[in-house]
Design a protein around this ligand. Sequence first.
Ligand SMILES: Cc1cc2nc3c(=O)[nH]c(=O)nc-3n(C[C@H](O)[C@H](O)[C@H](O)COP(=O)(O)OP(=O)(O)OC[C@H]3O[C@@H](n4cnc5c(N)ncnc54)[C@H](O)[C@@H]3O)c2cc1C
Length: 368
Amino acid sequence: MKNVFIAGGGLAGLVSACLLARNGVSVTLAERKSYPFHRVCGEYISNETLPFLQSNNLLPDLPLPQINQFQLTSVNGKAAELTLDMGGFGISRYTLDYFLYQQAVSAGARILLNTEVEAITFDGGSFTITIPNQNLKAGVVLGAFGKRSRLDVKLKRDFIKARSPYAGIKYHIRTDHPAHRISLHNFKDGYCGISQVDGNKQALCYLTHRNNLKQFGNIAEMEKAVLYKNPFLKSIFENADFLYTKPEVINEISFERKSPVTNHILMMGDSAGMITPLCGNGMAMAIHSAKVASELVLAFWQQHISRTQLENEYTRAWNKLFAQRLWAGRQIQKLFGAEWTSNLAVNLVSHVKPVASWLVKQTHGNAF
Ligand SMILES: Cc1cc2nc3c(=O)[nH]c(=O)nc-3n(C[C@H](O)[C@H](O)[C@H](O)COP(=O)(O)OP(=O)(O)OC[C@H]3O[C@@H](n4cnc5c(N)ncnc54)[C@H](O)[C@@H]3O)c2cc1C
């Protein structure tokens, strides 16, 4: 059966839908929501993705802010700056995912919107996919259902058994933040990123331990009591225009290890492993893993490699490209969210720039 089913339509799912459909593969993708929609994401994409996105026409023709300056502030508001070697650009997921969805449709992919995948089973060399009121069949399934999904429970994946203490909260704001800068402001048990995106606005997105929310009962009270202790954040919250009536919120964000192949499904993006958001590299990893998985799926049919070879080769490539970055991200996150360690990180960025640049590099890949 030379057809591919993709579970989930974020960056990983949409990019692979475009690549495979453009190469003549019959593709069906199911996404539980409907485009365009906002997501909890800082919306800073590493420039390592640019050659691939540009050469495959996977970026909308819009003026996009180029970001090459990094500002870090500690819990008590000490600040340092670093020039980024690779840098990145800003684009809202509302804009980017909608554009990629349109590209996938025009390439011939069948996209099922408002459709939650309920189960995926593998038997006798092919997959059965359960969506509401229907079973579908496919020769290959790509998992692109993000950081946490009911499908993880169905597939009995180990990481889903443990609760995760992190929540993510995101706004679009308008403030006088310089377009070439990404800022990362620490607060107690969390950190908040701000950078420019398309449409002359900024994404403000933070990760917090759920104890902060529990202690203060609601988001607004927590922001005043905890985030405002960092003078940079206080000033932004008090002076910026907030463009949503309420923020986007997600809970239970896990950075635990996952497997890049589960039940013969090739997992891409956050479904294979989520890098800590401070690295600003999750989107690049989602896009890159979609490229690698799609190329191997084409080889599976065109060069007749076996399913075992497909799975082994994908696991090998995934580990080589991403495993070290995920580990580095988990270690660096330990410096964030506490007064003395965040001051230590600021001192490092201020006084030992080569080491700080080296650390940033550990969480990024090469241009592809
Ligand atoms: C607070 C925070 C800030 C971040 N900031 C940045 C940043 O600045 N830069 C960066 O590069 N990365 C950042 N990231 C990480 C980045 O958002 C992710 O790595 C990236 O979105 C992963 O893409 P994906 O395609 O794997 O998953 P997603 O984009 O999450 O897409 C998964 C899709 O699957 C769908 N889905 C789930 N279950 C089902 C189902 N059963 N059936 C059908 N559809 C389903 C969901 O609706 C969703 O649309 C941040 C993450 C967080 C939490």
